[in-house]
Write a protein that binds this ligand. Structure first.
Ligand SMILES: N[C@@H](CCC(=O)N[C@@H](CS)C(=O)NCC(=O)O)C(=O)O
Ligand SMILES: *[C@@H]1O[C@H](CO)[C@@H](O)[C@H](O)[C@H]1NC(C)=O
Length: 339
């Protein structure tokens, strides 16, 4: 699917005019890109009758943001949590994990990928880069093209000698002194947020597979859920479920030793959840205080993919994470993709 084809059928952001979004649209300045398009829509809206508006929206522009994802991928869920919380409307293109035809256009071969329509399509890769770049844009009004240049891609070899793409500075927001003071009135808050975002990518995500594929029956339940939520052909889905479940049951044992988990993988999950709650402490609702920060959104986005599975229920009953989790659900609300 071409990127423009993928972005057809957009509904725009009608019905999503939350005060937050309007606020963001105005706060963003005269830079080319996201902010300008959002603003144009707000102005246009005032001048047009409702019916005309709808029609114009349909013909007018492609979506500003298009997220290529697997629904159940923790990195993708993290990006959705960020977009939803900030009231940024986006289109989803669900990628078939078997053929991955939808991301053929990209030489970067992982999801999530975010295409940003800044006149041309700007492609952002890697969940943490996507989040840092967009957050920087929302705060600083700097042009996204420019912002992205501060997160250079680097080819590196991982522990097993495989070539991987990494991005520099990916937990760092590119803010000047004033913007930094505005977002992080307390200096330590910035360091803390970075530390825990990195913890999510380097540790928390690695606990998911070993936990949701722990036993054959959990592996089957997990694949049932992946096939139900994801994009598979009928036959493909059937095979994916049984073959995938069997494969992941064994692979998850390898992942368990690769990432040095305890034999009982639940113990690591429980400890992670409680470490997180302890880091927030008794006097804050979120790590970000009264509002979630990027670390809150990252932890929530990752844990959320286990909802409905045994591992998630176990975590809720055996740890102290539930109150924070419920607050996160409330903070994010019902926002979501436009398609
Ligand atoms: N560091 C990346 C990791 C993304 C990632 O590993 N995505 C998986 C899906 S959950 C993927 O696309 N894997 C395909 C592959 O590695 O070829 C991020 O944070 O976005
Ligand atoms: C993302 O990956 C694509 C394809 O490899 C590349 O062309 C693009 O420049 C990358 N984007 C960024 C911001 O590095």
């Amino acid at each position: 699917m071409s990127s423009s084809g993928a972005r057809s059928g957009v509904q725009g952001w009608a019905g999503k005019r939350s005060p937050l979004l309007l606020g963001a649209a105005f706060a963003l300045g005269g830079t080319l890109g996201l902010s300008q398009t959002l603003r144009r829509r707000v102005q246009g809206r005032e001048q047009l009758a409702e019916e005309e508006q709808q029609q114009q929206q349909q013909e007018e522009e492609a979506a500003e943001l298009t997220l290529y994802q697997y629904k159940t991928c923790p990195f993708c869920s993290k990006v959705r949590a960020f977009l939803d919380y900030h009231g940024l409307p986006y289109e989803i293109v669900e990628v078939n994990p078997v053929m991955r035809k939808e991301i053929k256009f990209s030489s970067y071969r992982k999801v999530p990928i975010l295409l940003v329509n800044v006149g041309s399509a700007l492609q952002l890769n890697d969940s943490s880069v996507i989040i840092s770049a967009l957050k920087t844009h929302l705060i600083s009004r700097k042009n996204l093209d420019e912002i992205v240049s501060y997160y250079p891609s680097m080819k590196a070899l991982n522990e097993r000698g495989k070539e991987v793409t990494e991005y520099g500075n990916k937990y760092w927001l590119m803010l000047d002194e004033q913007e930094t003071m505005r977002l992080y009135p307390i200096k330590a808050a910035r360091t803390e947020e970075m530390k825990w975002r990195k913890w999510v990518d380097d540790w928390l995500v690695h606990l998911i597979s070993p936990n949701v594929y722990r036993t054959p029956s959990e592996a089957l339940a997990s694949f049932d859920y992946i096939v139900r939520e994801g994009k598979f052909g009928t036959l493909e889905g059937f095979f994916a479920k049984y073959v995938g479940a069997a494969a992941m049951f064994f692979i998850s044992k390898r992942l368990k030793s690769r990432h040095h988990l305890q034999d009982n993988v639940r113990e690591d999950l429980y400890k992670a959840a409680d470490d997180w709650v302890k880091a927030i402490g008794k006097h804050r609702m979120f790590m970000g205080g009264t509002q979630p920060n990027l670390a809150d959104l990252a932890v929530y986005g990752v844990l959320r993919v286990m909802e409905g599975l045994e591992a998630f229920d176990d975590m809720m009953t055996h740890t102290k994470i539930q109150p924070w989790y419920r607050h996160m659900e409330a903070a994010i609300g019902h926002a979501g993709a436009t398609n």
